[in-house]
Write a protein that binds this ligand. Structure first.
Ligand SMILES: *Cc1c(COP(=O)(O)O)cnc(C)c1O
Length: 391
C-alpha cells in the first residue's frame, strides 16, 4: 500500500511507481550498471534488456519494437515529433494543434510561431470536444503536421483520434497525438489508429519520471531532435537510461495485464465520487463531456468558491487533488483548457480535478465524500450547515 495517510487523487499529474517496477529496475542500479554501447559483455549485455523493454512498450500500443524510440519524457516526445515533421517537410511551414493541449505541446507551438512558422490553435466546444470538420477545413497546402492530444489531462475529454488521423492521411499531412494520459486507462492500438507519431510518458503509468517514448510509424520520415552518439539507431542520442527503460517496459506489461479489470474498477470509483459530490453538494457542475472521457478523471465546478481553497482544506486531510493544471498552480491565471471551453475566469478557478488510479480504494472515495460537504459549506461561509466545522 502507498503511504497510508495520503489519499492520492491526482493521478493525472503523476503516479506512484509500482513495487513491481522498482523490483525490475533494482539490478540495473546495483549490478548491471554498465554502458550498453561498450564492447565488453558487462556493458553490451544490457542491449538485450533494453530490447525486451522496447518489445513490452511496443506490445502495449500494438507497434513494432523498431517503431519505438525512448526519450527523456513526454515533453521531449512531443517536441521531437513536431520538430521532425517540419524538418522532413522543408517547404511546409504550417502546424495545426488545439487550444487545449498540455503545455508540453502548446508552448512548443508558440515557440514555432516565434520562429516564423504559422500555427493554428483550434478552438473546442463548451463540453471540450472538437469539431473534426474544422480540423479538415484548417488543413492547407503548406500544412506539415497536425498535433492533437488523445485525452485531455484536465478534463479527461477524449478526441476522435482515429477519425482525425484518417483526415490527415487523406490530405497527405503528418499526424501526431499526445497520448500521455491514455495508457493503463484505455486500449491503445497504433495500427488501428494509423497515426504517424504518438507520445507517451512513463510517470503517468506507475514508472519513474524522466523517461518517455515516441512511436514513429515505420514508413514515416524521421529527423532527430537530439544529436550525438548513435543510440536508438541514431534517432535519439544520449546514453540510454537503462534502469528507467527497464521500469517503463515492466510498467507497460503490468498495464496491459490489468487494463480490462482496471478500466471498469476505476470508472466505478470515479463515478461513485463524482455522482456523490454532484448529488450531495448544491451548485456543482461537471466540466466537460460525460461519456467521451477517460474512466479515471472528474472535473467539477464549485460555484462561488475557488478550487484553491478546497485544495488547501483537502491537504489538511492529506488528500491530494488539483485545480487547473499542476504547471500553473500558485499562479492566478485560470486554466487555458477551461477558458478555451468558454468558462469565465471565475468559473474556471472554481474547478477541481480529481484523477483516480490503480491504488485508490472505495474507502478513500467514501472518506472524501464524507468530508466534502463540510469543506464546501465552510468555504461558502454557510455557517450552521450540519457538516460545517467538523474537520
Ligand atoms: C504529463 C503530461 C505531459 C508531459 O509529460 P512529461 O513526461 O512530464 O514531460 C504531456 N502531455 C500530457 C497530456 C500530460 O499529461
Amino acid at each position: 500500500m502507498p503511504d497510508r495517510k495520503v489519499i492520492y487523487f491526482d493521478n493525472n499529474a503523476t503516479t506512484r511507481v509500482a513495487p513491481e517496477v522498482i523490483e525490475a529496475m533494482q539490478p540495473y542500479f546495483e549490478k548491471l550498471w554498465g554502458n550498453p554501447s561498450s564492447v565488453y559483455r558487462f556493458g553490451n549485455q544490457l542491449h538485450q534488456a533494453i530490447e525486451t523493454a522496447r518489445e513490452q512498450c511496443a506490445a502495449m500500443v500494438n507497434a513494432d519494437p523498431r517503431e519505438i524510440l525512448f526519450t527523456s519524457c513526454g515533453t521531449e516526445s512531443n517536441n521531437t515529433a513536431l520538430h521532425s515533421a517540419l524538418v522532413t517537410n522543408p517547404g511546409k511551414r504550417h502546424v495545426i494543434t488545439t487550444a487545449v493541449e498540455h503545455s508540453a505541446n502548446m508552448k512548443f507551438g508558440k515557440h514555432l510561431k516565434q520562429l516564423g512558422h504559422d500555427v493554428t490553435f483550434l478552438p473546442v466546444e463548451s463540453d471540450g470536444s472538437i469539431d473534426i470538420h474544422l480540423v479538415e477545413k484548417s488543413i492547407r497546402k503548406d500544412t506539415a503536421v497536425v498535433s492533437i492530444m488523445w485525452a485531455n489531462n484536465e478534463t479527461g475529454v477524449l478526441f476522435p483520434i482515429e477519425e482525425i488521423a484518417a483526415i490527415c492521411r487523406a490530405h497527405d499531412v503528418l499526424f501526431h497525438t499526445d497520448a500521455v494520459q491514455v495508457p493503463g486507462k484505455l486500449k491503445m492500438d497504433v495500427r488501428e489508429l494509423d497515426v504517424d507519431f504518438l507520445s507517451l510518458s512513463a510517470h503517468k503509468l506507475h514508472a519513474p519520471k524522466g523517461i518517455g517514448l515516441l512511436y514513429v510509424k515505420k514508413r514515416t520520415k524521421f529527423s532527430p531532435y537530439v544529436f550525438g552518439g548513435g543510440q536508438e539507431g541514431g534517432r535519439r542520442a544520449g546514453t540510454e537510461n537503462v534502469p528507467y527503460i527497464i521500469g517503463f517496459g515492466r510498467a507497460a506489461q503490468l498495464a496491459m495485464e490489468s487494463l480490462d479489470d482496471e478500466q471498469t474498477r476505476v470508472r466505478k470509483l470515479r463515478d461513485r465520487l463524482e455522482d456523490g459530490i454532484l448529488k450531495t453538494i448544491p451548485r456543482t457542475v461537471r466540466t466537460g463531456a460525460k461519456e467521451a472521457r477517460l474512466p479515471n478523471t472528474s472535473n467539477i465546478a464549485f460555484e462561488g468558491i475557488e478550487a484553491e481553497g478546497i485544495l488547501l482544506m483537502l491537504d489538511q486531510l492529506n488528500v491530494c487533488a488539483s485545480s487547473g493544471s499542476a504547471c500553473t498552480t500558485g499562479s492566478l491565471t485560470p486554466s487555458h483548457v477551461l477558458t478555451a471551453m468558454g468558462l469565465s475566469a471565475a468559473r474556471a478557478k472554481s474547478c477541481l480535478r480529481l484523477s483516480l488510479g490503480l491504488y485508490n480504494t472505495e474507502a478513500e472515495v467514501d472518506f472524501v465524500l464524507e468530508k466534502m460537504p463540510g469543506i464546501i459549506a465552510k468555504l461558502r461561509g454557510e455557517h450552521g450547515h450540519k457538516h460545517a466545522g467538523k474537520s
